[in-house]
Design a binder for this molecule. Structure first.
Ligand SMILES: *Cc1c(COP(=O)(O)O)cnc(C)c1O
Length: 401
């Protein structure tokens, strides 16, 4: 395959972000296609037996099996790495496959992890249930307070793991402060950057070692496929992550990689427009509901920090009504916005985390995280924001607000 400049770091490293999102990673085949080719193949054939042997020994560059390499998947990985400003990226079948792999590949019995308390439900399951099962100690802290990470550090602490903004309470973690604490102690910081994406926030610029993604969300951006990704140094990806993923197989399908790659071309446009819509809808709701958790509004206690770390606030925020009954009544009265637990879609979606995404987390942990019975989370899409406001207005009235 002819390698054009989309894969050549001596060229792509000089490209500005918009160019990287469109051209990064592209490797044209001999057919000269403009849109990246979709290589739906599980295996590869060799010209001779010696080539096969050389490919396996690593003496010859090339592909052997799609659990390990695929041209379409590699194009996506190079594009994400470029957008992130990372040396390397590996994609996974889902965001949770990425989170599981990035933790299990580097932790072993006797190690300790400090995690953010407010987190996606399945991420909390990893830290609360899966890791302790293998003798890996975990402590969850309020990630809004960098000192809480420092206080939780033990001699055997190997990893800090948190989201910012966090799902679904929109807690914002101070990336520079937390990463500095980790750096001084040789602790690896893993940031789940799903809400912001590299279009709005690049944690490595603040000292993070590894970023991990649910690419299902804003990166695909149109609610079509599940995907995940891990970015880090070449050394971390090749020598720590790859031995784990090559042999356990949480591989992203070439088709899903192709879909996400197309999504990345419009990520910057979508997330900036959705951020604007999110602020408009947030300003409307702020006057109508008892409490709003919106990093793009000055009422958010960490608004300034959020805006320092992020180029815009993103598509997602949360707000509170009285209780579960009122939250469900509001959802049931919606006519345009869908009741859906997905996020990052170009459609507006709303969910009640306590009874959906965080139903698997115990009531005590939900309370500690701030996932109250009246909490609702909204993903603001690309529809006309006035139509969204009109829909919320009529639904709020019908729910007694
Ligand atoms: C959705 C999500 C995940 C899990 O990703 P999947 O692609 O659904 O497996 C992890 N972290 C955060 C913050 C998420 O929003």
């Amino acid at each position: 395959m002819k390698r054009k400049t989309g894969q050549d770091r001596s060229v792509t490293a000089n490209w500005r972000p918009a160019t990287r999102a469109i051209r990064g990673g592209t490797a044209r085949s001999e057919w000269g296609e403009t849109s990246e080719a979709l290589f739906l193949t599980s295996g590869y054939a060799y010209d001779c037996a010696e080539d096969a042997a050389a490919r396996f020994s690593g003496d010859q560059v090339g592909m052997t099996y799609s659990r390990l390499q695929n041209p379409t998947v590699e194009m996506l990985e190079e594009r994400i790495a470029l957008m992130e400003g990372a040396e390397a990226c590996r994609t996974m079948a889902t965001g949770m496959a990425a989170m599981t792999a990035v933790l299990l590949c580097q932790l072993q019995t006797g190690d300790h992890l400090v995690g953010g308390r407010a987190a996606f439900g399945s991420c909390r399951w990893l830290t609360d249930t899966l890791l302790p099962k293998f003798g890996i100690g975990t402590t969850t802290v309020d990630a809004r307070d960098p000192q809480a990470f420092l206080d939780a550090v033990r001699p055997e602490t190997k990893v800090f793991f948190f989201e910012t903004p966090a799902n679904p309470t929109m807690d914002v973690a101070d990336l520079a402060a937390i990463c500095a604490i980790a750096r001084e102690r040789g602790i690896t910081t893993v940031v789940d950057n799903a809400f912001a994406t590299p279009a709005l926030q690049r944690p490595m610029e603040f000292g993070a070692d590894v970023t991990a993604y649910s690419a299902t969300k804003m990166m695909d951006g149109q609610g079509r496929v599940l995907a995940g990704a891990v970015c880090g140094t070449r050394e971390f990806i090749d020598n720590t992550l790859l031995p784990f993923t090559r042999n356990t197989g949480p591989t992203l399908s070439a088709f899903n990689a192709w879909v996400v790659m197309k999504g990345l071309e419009t990520l910057d446009l979508r997330i900036r427009r959705q951020s604007e819509h999110s602020v408009k809808v947030g300003q409307f709701l702020e006057a109508r509901v008892p409490r709003i958790l919106h990093p793009g509004l000055p009422s958010h206690p960490q608004h300034e920090l959020a805006m320092r770390q992020m180029d815009a606030c993103g598509s997602i925020f949360a707000f509170e009504v009285a209780d579960r009954a009122q939250a469900h009544a509001l959802l049931n009265a919606l006519e345009l916005i869908d009741i859906s637990n997905n996020i990052g879609d170009s459609r507006s979606l709303m969910t009640h985390p306590a009874s959906t995404t965080h139903a698997g987390v115990s009531a005590e942990v939900r309370a500690e995280m701030g996932v109250t019975e009246g909490l609702l989370r909204i993903n603001v899409g690309l529809e006309d924001p006035q139509d969204l406001i009109d829909d919320l207005d009529q639904a709020l009235r019908r729910a007694g607000l």
